[in-house]
Write a protein that binds this ligand. Structure first.
Ligand code: 5GP
Length: 205
């Protein structure tokens, strides 16, 4: 019987409006061996968001307390709110054999790359700026002022995509989801991820 190997960490970043959340939730629904880390944030919950599922919603002093306890693998201020990834929960999921997705911004991605060089980073690109702007307006969650801010920020974020290992264009949802899955699966097959299996195989030869 093959023991499950420790899961890999996949950073997924994108400019807002690229469809990252939709894509990641499709991927998770169809692949029970992949999961996403639930971040902490000081942002107010949006309609339909559930505490503990979409985010752990905390206030600033709770967030600062967690920073002081070194609870975060990374944290950043994004659009005026804090977001952070819990080190303990990521490790637990990895040890259970899950591949763990960190849906985080480019600042967080940079911190994870430095702290965990073995992590794999993926940047999702929109097919065009027009599609980005259409999507931001279509989802009707942000004011015009916030949308303008997000669009100008998108340029800076997309420039940083060159620091990522993989680039996936989200033009067609099925194709983008398939591409993400290929990246995740091919990393599982890396020799470095199968050392334990080889050892067990040889031990029982
Ligand atoms: P939203 O508020 O729209 O859910 O997320 C805003 C941005 O914060 C997105 O780019 C999202 O990926 C990013 N984000 C969510 N969780 C984290 C986190 O734990 N760390 C960092 N650095 N960014 C995060």
């Amino acid at each position: 019987m093959r023991t499950p190997q420790k899961g890999n960490i996949f950073i997924i970043s994108a400019a807002s409006g690229t469809g990252k959340t939709t894509l990641v939730s499709r991927l998770l629904n169809r692949n029970k061996d992949i999961c996403a880390s639930v971040s902490h944030t000081t942002r107010q919950p949006r309609e339909g968001e559930i505490d503990g599922k979409h985010y752990h919603f905390v206030n600033i002093s709770q967030f600062e307390h967690l920073i002081n306890q070194s609870a975060f693998l990374e944290y950043a201020n994004v659009f005026g709110n804090y977001y952070g990834t819990s080190q303990e929960s990521v490790e637990q999921l990895q040890n259970q054999g899950y591949d763990v997705i960190l849906e985080i911004d480019v600042q967080g991605a940079e911190q994870i790359r430095r702290a965990l060089p073995e992590s794999i980073s993926i940047f999702l690109l929109p097919p065009s700026f027009q599609s980005l702007s259409d999507r931001l307006r279509g989802r009707k969650t942000d004011s015009e002022e916030v949308i303008d801010k997000r669009l100008s920020e998108a340029r800076n974020e997309i420039e940083q995509s060159l620091l990522f290992d993989y680039l996936v264009v989200n033009d067609n949802l099925d194709e983008a989801e398939n591409n993400l899955l290929h990246i995740i699966k091919s990393n599982r097959l890396k020799q470095s991820n199968q050392k334990q299996f080889i050892e067990n195989l040889l031990e029982n030869s």
